[in-house]
Ligand binder design. Structure first.
Ligand SMILES: [Zn+2]
Length: 405
């Protein structure tokens, strides 16, 4: 009897497999293979600008427009971009330039910067033909602002909130919660260094090292706004800090302004009025992250003004300044070169949590070859991180003393 059963199974397995394949039960497994983006092309004629994306398989893109500045956003499932170099610089017709990368887990994004308002006249998918792979074709035609806003409005999709551990920091005096925010990520690379290193990568490396050192002390709960190469809107970073009930929020960046000789560390706090032109320019550059990532800024426009109104006098801002000016800059001065005015203020969108002391750190200039080399060095990363950790320790010691007296 046993023999028969085994025999039956052996005999039937191939047949069974054939049946399963035949019914298409295996199809979902094939469909889950990661989407590959092989190339993009722009074609221009007198009526339209045609944007073509070469893909490894068919997909249903989400396409919408964003004004100020005018952009077309094409969302795809998470994809691997294997485009020939320099494709992002290539514009044509109504397209000035293009960016691409991961937007959120599960979503990859292409952003087309437009020279003016333009809408999608047609879009369709073409199946493989000869040596041509699957192609997404988007035809754009110039239009006016009103038509752009009506025709290209994004349909409201539920946004997946970032995961934040709940209940952290609530009512505990022993455990301080620190949120570290590696700047940029995904579709927004941030600044590029002289050796080609990207700000988003370096900022994440520093955040991980600071987290490691802080956790070793055992007194802190440390949360990263992102722990991999993924895009996060600026307000999402603020939201994470507030949801975690953070006691301190540090946004980590690398600077790229000025020529190859400019170098040094600096710390920034929030103010309505920038402390100087350079700080204003930097805030403008850092705030561009949402534009680069294709974030719909209009959905956020109401909260920003109201938050700023009495911010300058607030207790939170006093604490941010105390950390930046009295702790951080002094600690870093022991190790490293500071920029001529190491503490400044400007309207950084990522620092706008009204109830969390928030400081933006520009760790150094990746456009200065010597400083970039230093910043990339593992020993220096450890040293600079430990000076930042010492400043954090000192800040919380003083805060605890203040609470006791
Ligand atoms: Zn930055």
């Amino acid at each position: 009897m046993k023999y028969f059963q085994r025999l039956t199974v052996r005999c039937c397995l191939p047949a069974l497999l054939m049946a399963v394949v035949g019914t298409g039960l295996f199809a979902p497994i094939q469909a889950r293979a990661q989407l590959q983006v092989h190339d993009v092309r722009i074609g221009v004629d007198s009526e339209r600008t045609r944007f073509v994306v070469e893909l490894s398989r068919s997909t249903e893109p989400k396409i919408f427009g964003l004004p100020d500045p005018y952009r077309v956003v094409i969302d795809l499932p998470e994809a691997n971009f294997a485009l020939p170099a320099d494709k992002s610089e290539a514009g044509g017709g109504v397209i000035d330039r293009m960016r691409y990368g991961q937007f959120q887990p599960g979503t990859s994004r292409l952003v087309l910067d437009l020279s003016g308002p333009a809408k999608v006249a047609r879009n369709f998918i073409l199946p493989p033909d000869g040596d041509k792979p699957w192609r997404l074709v988007v035809d754009l035609v110039a239009t006016d602002r009103d038509d752009f806003i009506t025709a290209m409005r994004p349909t409201a999709a539920p946004r997946r909130p970032a995961e934040v551990p709940l209940g952290l920091g609530a009512g505990s005096d022993d455990v301080d919660v620190i949120v570290l925010d590696p700047g940029h990520g995904g579709i927004d690379p941030g600044a590029s260094g002289v050796s080609g290193v990207l700000e988003k990568t370096m900022a994440l490396d520093y955040a991980k090292e600071i987290k490691r050192q802080l956790e070793k002390i055992g007194k802190y709960t440390v949360i990263l706004t992102r722990d991999r190469d993924v895009f996060l809107p600026l307000r999402e970073r603020v939201r994470i800090a507030r949801a975690a009930n953070a006691d301190l929020f540090l946004s980590l960046h690398l600077n790229a302004n000025g020529g190859s000789k400019v170098r040094g560390f600096s710390a920034y706090t929030l103010s309505e009025q920038a402390s100087d032109q350079e700080a204003a320019d930097l805030a403008e550059a850092e705030n561009k992250s949402d534009i680069i990532g294709g974030v719909d800024l209009q959905r956020y426009s109401t909260d920003v003004a109201s938050i700023l109104i009495d911010f300058a006098q607030s207790k939170t801002n006093e604490q941010s300044v105390a950390f930046a000016r009295d702790n951080l800059v002094k600690e870093v001065a022991e190790l490293s070169r500071l920029s001529p005015r190491p503490w400044r203020a400007a309207g950084f969108a990522v620092l706008k949590a009204p109830d969390v002391p928030s400081v933006l750190l520009e760790l150094g200039y990746v456009t200065n070859p010597a400083e970039e080399e230093l910043l990339l060095h593992r020993d220096y990363r450890r040293q600079l991180s430990s000076t930042i950790v010492r400043a954090i320790e000192r800040y919380f010691e003083l805060a605890r003393e203040a609470r006791r007296t």
